[in-house]
Design a protein around this ligand. Structure first.
Ligand code: ZN
Ligand code: ZN
Ligand code: ZN
Ligand code: ZN
Ligand code: ZN
Ligand code: ZN
Ligand code: ZN
Length: 1753
């Protein structure tokens, strides 16, 4: 093909040029010339198009090499004036490395910020610097970088302390800042200057070049060819899919190529998609444009001449080169900075750096990235030029931002994103404010971009188009810049700074004025609104500005003069706003309780109202500062206090609060959700600081300057409740007129809300400046009230607290004062609990509670009080005193209007029949009275005697109401209510109030005169009598409560018991009924000491016969287990497994050909069977399964949703426990061994079996078709007469059992081999035996890992499962073709006893002995059925067992490995025999095998190898025979006591000196030994030709994880996608089984698996975990379980922060550490094969998990 040819031609064409080229000559020529530009441009014009862009397939390696030789080398030579290798080295010697680290972050790399020392959250460290810094001992935050940005190590302004890591710590000696150029010769400087100018100019020329077919002057190529590129550019409008689809059409490429093009375009910003002559490229362009222009603007495509592209490629290279060269020397770096910032010919802002910045939005992504990087490594690393650059940046700011608005690229690839590097440096920010007026510039630019205004000039976000919304999102980055500029507050103010800041503030107020009153709403009556108005934009703006507003206040708080000026400006702005508001408000006069006030007529429910009042709120904030900084007291003359009109100040905030109340009261239902959402955000933690909180403060400020009666009347009027409260007459009239329940209900709610508002105005004093509190008191109170609801985790508390601009809540400082921490267990998370002593600070009407919070907190606190045996009153807490500026607010509590209102509500409560009151109204009134009483009490207690306390609520409350109506006094009403039966709930509270009143009277009397001591004393006595009475009543109530609780407890206990009993009924396990095996049965079988228990062999113990009866969980009927009875089955789940694999590199078998008869000792693939232990009739199960199937079919047709189980694959959920199952195992009775008569010895048996096998061989041959039978058969072998080959035994099983035998057999076959079911396949029995052996092995491992005894510690379900597996195994031959099973037996046996008629027996190193034992024992049944000689099965089993044990010992010795260098152990006499025997056997092996076996002198070592190596096998064998025969295990094996070895051997009928097995029968076994050792496989394996497994096999563990999670993030950040050459992977995912890192959830790494595209994880599970996988998604900090292609779930990661919480999604960034218990729990799930089950449960619990395309992960 053309492409390939041209590729080959390239080097040869250049060859001559290249050979004739001399770097040195070229450089020397350059040194001579006067016009370097011309010369170098000429050179470039000649060579660049010859190196770059000669064909469609670029070959970067050869290009790079050529560019290095022909282009860069001469430049370097010129620069150094000598061979660059020496010249650059010299430069490097004098280099003063920058103190700044400047490491540029890759996507996904971890970054660290110190929460204690960082100047702001943008200050971050790279991992290296962090680990070498002091901050790793501090409270730090860890995040993953989104790319861009660099390490701030070494920047002294970024860190309050510890700015340097160990590596970047400056030497004290060179701390004096000398000029880096001092070390260079003037010649050198000049050359350097020249070459940098030329190269940078060239790069700028080319990158900003916008002609497609021409080159800048001086660069025109000597010869032009007709070669073009069709260049496709990136945009953020079109999706991947659109681009891929279009490309396939336009340039005829495959989908794979199109994906690759699209990926490159997305990454680099452009990619040539076609190469050829002009017409050819133009055609492709037109197709692309046509195809993409339909919905949106078309994709950007250019047809560019190859020489243009070539120069652009080299221009990028040149920038890289500059970055590389300045790395050698700080002097070079400085020269480059100089060159870059040098003013160009066009005057101001025309330097090369300016040119690049101003063309930023026109460049493609790749080019931008390269030059941004160069800026970062040059300008930003040189402190002097960083400042100069910052100034240029600020000068260009407006243009850059405007360009950015027009551009559609993300901000990270825009030069505007550099602002974070410049503006966050505090000195720089202040310099830019004062010198470049940056604050004003930013705000102006921002305001200019928000053009939509209404008639009053306010922003208007209604009917925002998508385009405008997009722009609005981009313009928000300006607020981010403003935040950077303001983030560090000045410690010193210059006049200039004051001036510029206030100028900025003016601009900011202009912005706020546009927001004041925006998006107003009008109550909808009659019809519901038709369209929900847009509200989010306004709130987004508010939210974004929240921190800015707070920061501006904090700036003001650092300078009195600034504060005073700011206050004035803000007040002017507010006055200005209000002048525009007066929409037809008429004056009216209100009067009540002898007071009257003038106000305007305004109804929130009828006129326009807006929730946006930023100007008022800023003023409120500044007002508090006047108090906090005491400016109000020290310079009152400078403040415009006389201009303040309190009614004007409170008007709009009050309207806003009334709006909220009316929404609560349901009056605004027809205004839809948009209003509900606005109210929600108004109170939400993200906004409330600069919305709700400030409105409340404004009310406080206004009220503190007003007559409280006037204030309350205005409040009543705005709440539209004035007519109800103004006089008793009005009230009565209102009652008569309003029978409408809705209106009554509304007014009740409004009254409640209004009372709450009054409480808040008087009671919220925790902001310093309002009340006399410290800054941390506010946050303490906030936390306390959260914890009064319930104990909370750290993250929940953080979410409930407002964050400042540094993302800090201040919680850590105070949390320990109010809460104690409770650590989490293996699940759940750590919780903070309220300290009990803090409960008394609880305020039920805390202003940040929602109604739901309030009722939860109330319930929790009452419960707590009951538990402590206290009364349940929840009185208000004692409050801190107000600051002087707000002190008059307390008078609200004792003013006439309030008393009138309180009296009114109490009056209604006394006469409840009127119905116009509610309990919560009363509760609030009681609370208010409580607040007033406490206020009085506080003042009395704190006052010195001569100081008269002006606050006298007790006096006022005992006065009756006004003259005409003569209502009772508040006190009288209270006393009246005390025993009202309908107010039982409030009884405790009223009692508390009256007690407090009494207490205050005492106080007053005591302070009034000391002579009244006796009086008060007598009163005291009265009180105690009263107290006594109360105490008595309380005691009685308490007793009644206790009694009630006891009865409740009894009842629930009974209930629990009942459930438990029934559960047991269901779970009654087979073993419990099967009297033979339960642990307790040892008592019933008093084994005489000499007749020890044995589970195998002729002497095996025979458990007494007992009927086995089980209950079907479906029909509840009992059923006896009998061979000829109805089949009972156990729900089971069969799965492939690699959990025990010792070799994960073994490729999966070909399921069609694979012969599973022998398991390799590496156990690479096994079949595991598990069960939940639930038993059913086979027919009940069948009916159930059919029903599930039918239901599933209907459901899929209807909903197309999947379930957590795949019915098509035979899966179902256990009907009782919902455990995932895919088959059932039939339960079978124990096999009854015949009682033993005289049994043959080993020799005799070997002979007999040899004869039998021969007989079977010849019988089987007869069955085969004649053609395949070999002609030269040996003579017919006469079978022993007691062995009838053609005897067909009667099948003992009932038809249903037979059916179930087939069911389980084929399920195991199907799953284990991953094949389609085939009931005839001869491998079915093999798979069943193999699964039995594998399951036993896995359970044996599990018991070792969990340090549990071999017997008695398994849950019944596993015991049941093993028993039924073993018994099934011994019966499954009856369901198969008998000669087939006999054939298996013959081949199995041939692995041990050489049989000339069996070909290709494996070598014993390739056989797992437990699998062999299980298979051979279970298959023997088919042979024995034809033996009538009286040979007992037990005897044969024992011979087989002994034989295999010997083989295993040989296997162990062969693989034992060299002797470890250990101290020769002193062995007791007891084991001498064993050691000697081991030595003898080993030496025999050495003579047979030869030099492949190392010499081992120590018998102790050998015996130890045998003993430890064989133990798992013996334990497995014990489990196997135990479950097969049901012989109870000796009690020693039920515990972990010493001496297990002997007991185990005894139980297995083995000598405890195992070597006797060999030496006792040496002459019989030696020939076998000879056969094993001369197998060719032995030599091959021992010499490293195969997988050599040594024994014991260690249990597999999940990989080791680092303690610190950031190590993982770091590892993942350097991981690149293996398929797309060096790209960062988006979702790096770690396999916890083998440690592979994968590129998950991405197009690039999808592969085809069984005809479907699957993601990297799914593909990996099939190789690594036989379909099951456990992964850690590193970026998400999340564990992923996968099973097959359709199942998966997420699982909590084993990493916790210090607060005992996981951080899924890494959102909080607290340091995470490995929790070993949790990791062990995951490992245990894996080891016990429960991953799939876990997924099933997770999916059942959370249906959304079912819908996820797990296979794409
Ligand atoms: Zn660093
Ligand atoms: Zn550092
Ligand atoms: Zn620190
Ligand atoms: Zn049943
Ligand atoms: Zn179950
Ligand atoms: Zn793996
Ligand atoms: Zn990939």
């Amino acid at each position: 093909m053309a492409a390939a040819e041209s590729d080959r031609e390239v080097p040869s064409a250049l060859c001559t040029e290249f050979l004739n080229f001399s770097v040195k000559d070229t450089a020397s020529k350059w040194l001579q010339v006067t016009d370097l530009y011309k010369e170098v441009y000429h050179h470039l014009a000649r060579y660049v198009p010859k190196i770059y862009c000669l064909g469609p397939n670029l070959n970067p390696q050869s290009e790079d090499l050529l560019a290095q030789m022909l282009l860069q080398a001469p430049l370097e030579w010129y620069l150094c004036g000598e061979d660059p290798s020496t010249g650059l080295a010299k430069l490097e010697q004098n280099n003063q490395p920058s103190q700044l680290c400047g490491h540029v972050f890759k996507v996904g790399e971890p970054t660290y910020s110190c929460r204690e020392c960082a100047a702001d959250p943008t200050c971050v460290l790279c991992m290296q610097c962090f680990l070498g810094s002091v901050h790793k001992e501090h409270r730090y935050r860890m995040t993953t970088s989104g790319g861009g940005g660099f390490c701030d190590c070494g920047d002294t302004e970024a860190w309050k302390k510890g700015p340097y890591c160990q590596k970047h710590e400056p030497n004290i000696s060179d701390s004096c800042q000398e000029d880096p150029l001092a070390h260079l010769s003037t010649d050198m400087i000049a050359r350097c200057y020249n070459v940098f100018s030329v190269v940078l100019k060239y790069a700028v020329d080319m990158l900003t070049w916008d002609k497609e077919d021409e080159l800048p002057p001086g660069l025109e190529p000597p010869d032009r060819s007709d070669t073009y590129y069709c260049m496709l550019f990136n945009d953020e409008v079109h999706t991947y899919e659109q681009v891929i689809y279009t490309l396939q059409k336009a340039v005829n490429c495959t989908q794979k190529e199109a994906v690759s093009f699209a990926t490159t375009v997305d990454r680099d910003g452009r990619k040539s998609v076609r190469f050829g002559d002009f017409a050819f490229c133009e055609l492709a362009k037109s197709v692309i444009v046509r195809n993409t222009s339909r919905q949106s603007k078309p994709l950007r495509v250019q047809v560019m001449h190859s020489s243009v592209v070539a120069h652009q490629c080299f221009a990028l290279k040149a920038l890289h080169w500059l970055g590389h060269v300045i790395g050698y020397s700080d002097a070079l770096r400085r020269i480059l900075c100089q060159v870059g910032l040098e003013r160009g010919p066009e005057g101001e802002n025309s330097s090369l750096v300016d040119t690049l910045m101003l063309c930023d939005s026109k460049m493609w992504k790749g080019a931008r990235n390269v030059y941004h990087q160069l800026f970062m490594s040059s300008l930003l690393m040189d402190l002097k030029y960083k400042k100069l650059f910052a100034i240029q940046f600020a000068k260009n700011y407006r243009r850059l931002q405007t360009d950015f608005m027009e551009d559609d690229h993300e901000r990270v690839v825009s030069v505007t994103s550099l602002s974070v590097q410049l503006f966050t440096v505090p000195t720089m920010a202040r310099m830019l404010i004062t010198e470049e007026n940056l604050m004003t510039t930013i705000i102006r630019t921002f305001v200019d971009h928000l053009r939509h205004r209404d008639l009053q000039g306010r922003f208007q976000f209604e009917r925002y188009t998508a385009q405008q919304a997009f722009k609005f999102r981009r313009v928000q980055s300006l607020i981010g810049d403003l935040k950077y500029v303001l983030i560090s507050r000045p410690t010193e103010w210059s006049d200039q700074l004051r001036e510029k800041f206030l100028e900025g503030l003016d601009t900011f107020l202009e912005l706020l004025k546009c927001m004041q009153g925006m998006d107003p709403v009008v109550r909808q009556v009659g019809q519901h609104i038709e369209m929900e108005p847009e509200w989010e934009a306004a709130f987004t703006l508010q939210m974004k500005l929240t921190h800015i507003i707070s920061m501006i206040q904090e700036w003001c708080a650092t300078d009195e003069r600034v504060l005073i000026e700011a206050y004035k400006k803000c007040l002017t702005a507010l006055t200005h706003c209000h002048s525009g508001f007066a929409d037809g408000e008429q004056p009216i006069t209100l009067s009540m309780c002898g007071h009257s006030v003038d106000t305007i007529r305004y109804c929130v429910s009828q006129e326009k109202v807006s929730i946006h009042l930023p100007v008022s709120r800023l003023l409120a904030g500044l007002h508090v500062l006047l108090s906090k900084m005491e400016v109000a007291y020290r310079f009152p003359e400078q403040l415009p206090l006389s201009e303040l009109s309190p009614p004007m100040l409170i008007e709009h905030p009050l309207r806003c609060l009334v709006l909220c109340a009316q929404v609560h009261a349901g009056m605004w239902r027809r205004n839809g959700f948009s209003l509900v959402n606005q109210i929600y955000y108004y109170h939400n933690v993200k906004c409330r600081v600069e919305m709700f909180d400030k409105d409340l403060i404004m009310l406080q400020a206004g009220a503190s300057m007003m007559d409280p009666n006037h204030f309350l009347m205005i409040v009543l009027s705005r709440f539209e409740l004035y007519h109800i409260f103004s006089s008793a007459e009005c009230r009565k009239r209102y009652n008569r007129e309003n029978a409408n329940k809705d209106v009554v209900q509304q007014n009740n709610t409004l009254t409640e809300e209004m009372l709450h508002l009054i409480m808040m105005v008087v009671g919220e004093r925790f902001e310093s400046g309002i009340g006399q509190v410290e800054g941390c008191d506010e946050i303490k109170r906030e936390i306390l009230h959260q914890l009064c609801i319930r104990p909370m985790a750290h993250s929940e508390l953080v979410k409930a607290l407002p964050e400042n601009e540094n993302k800090e809540t201040g919680m850590e400082r105070v949390i320990d004062c109010v809460a104690s921490f409770k650590k989490p267990g293996v699940t759940g998370r750590g919780l903070y609990e309220l300290r009990p002593e803090c409960a008394k600070q609880f305020n039920l009407y805390f202003h940040h509670y929602s109604r739901a919070d309030q009722s939860k907190a109330e319930e929790a606190q009452r419960k707590l009080k009951r538990q402590n045996g206290e009364d349940t009153a929840l009185p208000p807490p004692v409050l801190p005193p107000f600051c002087p500026l707000f002190a008059s607010l307390v008078n609200i509590l004792q003013c006439d209007v309030l008393l009138g209102m309180l009296g009114a509500v109490l009056q209604w409560a006394v006469e409840p029949s009127a119905g116009h009151w509610s309990e919560s109204m009363l509760q609030r009134v009681l609370h208010l009275i409580g607040m007033a009483l406490l206020e009085e009490q506080q003042q009395l207690e704190n006052s010195s005697e001569d100081n008269d306390v002006y606050f006298n609520f007790t006096l006022k409350m005992s006065r009756p109401g006004e003259a005409p109506s003569n209502t009772a006094s508040v006190l009288a009403l209270l006393e009246n209510l005390q025993n009202a039966p309908h107010l039982e709930v409030h009884e405790d509270m009223i009692r508390w109030l009256l007690k407090t009143v009494a207490g205050i009277k005492t106080l007053r009397e005591r302070s009034a005169s000391t002579s009244t001591v006796t009086a008060s004393g007598s009163r005291g006595q009265e009180e105690t009598a009263c107290d006594k009475d109360k105490a008595e009543r309380k005691r009685k109530a308490e007793m009644a409560r206790l009694r009630r609780e006891k009865v409740m407890a009894q009842m629930s206990e009974m209930q629990r018991h009942f459930i438990n009993e029934n559960k047991e009924l269901f779970q009654q396990s087979l073993e419990e009924l099967d009297a033979s095996t339960s642990t307790s049965l040892d008592h019933r079988y008093p084994a005489s000491p000499d007749a020890a228990l044995a589970c195998v062999g002729p002497r095996r113990s025979r458990p007494r016969e007992k009927r086995q009866v089980v209950t079907c969980i479906l029909c509840q009927e009992e059923q006896e287990i009998r061979a000829d009875g109805k089949a009972m089955v156990l729900a089971a789940f069969v799965q492939r497994s690699t959990v025990m694999s010792k070799n994960r590199t073994r490729p999966p078998h070909d399921p069609k050909r694979y012969d599973p008869l022998f398991m390799h000792p590496d156990l690479s693939f096994g079949t595991h069977t598990g069960s939940c232990g639930h038993i059913m009739h086979s027919h009940c199960w069948q009916r159930y399964f059919e029903a599930v199937q039918a239901k599933e079919q209907r459901r899929q047709q209807r909903l197309r949703v999947h379930t957590s189980y795949d019915v098509g694959n035979g899966e179902f959920l256990c009907p009782l426990c919902e455990c995932l199952s895919n088959t059932v195992i039939p339960l079978l009775p124990r096999t009854m061994g015949s009682s033993s008569c005289e049994q043959p010895g080993l020799g005799q048996w070997l002979k007999t079996s040899g004869q039998q096998i021969k007989a079977m061989h010849s019988a089987h041959r007869k069955l085969q078709p004649v053609s395949t039978v070999e002609e030269t058969v040996e003579e017919e072998c006469p079978a022993p007469e007691v062995f009838t080959v053609d005897y067909i035994p009667t099948n003992p099983y009932s038809s249903t059992i037979k059916e179930m035998l087939t069911t389980f057999g084929s399920a195991t076959y199907k799953v284990g081999l991953k094949v389609h079911p085939n009931e005839q396949d001869p491998r079915i029995p093999i798979m069943c035996w193999s699964s039995c052996a594998y399951t036993i092995q896995s359970i044996e491992r599990l018991l070792v890992d969990e340090k549990k005894p071999l017997f008695g510690s398994l849950p019944c379900r596993q015991d049941d499962c093993l028993s039924s597996l073993a018994r099934f195994g011994s019966a499954c031959w009856t369901a198969a073709c008998q000669p087939t099973v006999q054939g298996h037996f013959i081949r199995l046996l041939a692995a041990l006893i050489p049989d000339p008629q069996v070909e290709a027996s494996p070598c014993i190193l390739d056989v797992d002995m437990l699998h062999l034992l299980v298979s051979v024992v279970l298959s023997y049944g088919s042979v024995h059925s034809q033996d009538s000689s009286g040979l007992s099965v037990d005897a044969v089993q024992l011979h087989l067992f002994h034989l295999i044990t010997v083989a295993h010992m040989v296997q162990i010795l062969l693989t034992s490995g060299p002797e470890e260098v250990t101290m020769e152990q002193e062995s007791g006499e007891a084991e001498r025999g064993e050691e000697e025997g081991a030595c003898r056997l080993y030496n025999t092996l050495r003579t047979l095998v030869g030099s492949s076996l190392p010499e081992v002198g120590s018998g102790w070592h050998l015996w130890r190898c045998v003993k430890t190596g064989i133990l798992p096998y013996l334990r497995g064998a014990a489990l196997f025979f135990h479950h097969l025969h049901g012989v109870p295990a000796p009690p020693e094996l039920h515990a972990l006591c010493p001496g297990q070895w002997e007991v185990l051997c005894g139980y297995l009928s083995l000598p405890s000196n195992l070597l006797q097995l060999f030496h006792g029968q040496q002459e019989l076994l030696e020939p076998l030994l000879h056969g094993w050792c001369t197998h060719p496989g032995i030599q091959q394996t021992l010499q490293g030709g195969g997988v050599l497994v040594s024994f014991p096999r260690e249990s597999n563990s999940l990989i080791d994880l680092p303690d610190d999670y950031s190590a993982l993030i770091n590892q993942a950040s350097s991981f690149t996608c293996p398929k797309s050459g060096g790209d960062k992977s988006r979702a790096p995912t770690l396999c916890l089984v083998c440690g592979s890192m994968l590129c998950s959830q991405s197009y690039c790494c999808q592969t085809e698996l069984e005809g479907e595209d699957v993601g990297a994880c799914t593909a990996h599970t099939f190789a690594c975990g036989a379909g099951v996988g456990i992964f850690l998604r590193v970026r998400e900090s999340q564990v992923l379980f996968l099973a097959g292609k359709t199942k998966g779930c997420f699982y909590a990661p084993p990493y916790l922060d210090d607060y005992g919480e996981t951080d899924q999604g890494l959102r909080r960034g607290n340091p995470l550490h490995l929790c070993h218990e949790r990791y062990r729990k995951i490992q245990k799930l894996w080891r016990q094969h429960s991953i799939t089950e876990e997924i099933g449960h997770a999916q059942e619990a959370n249906q959304t998990l079912v819908g996820i395309d797990w296979q794409h992960l």
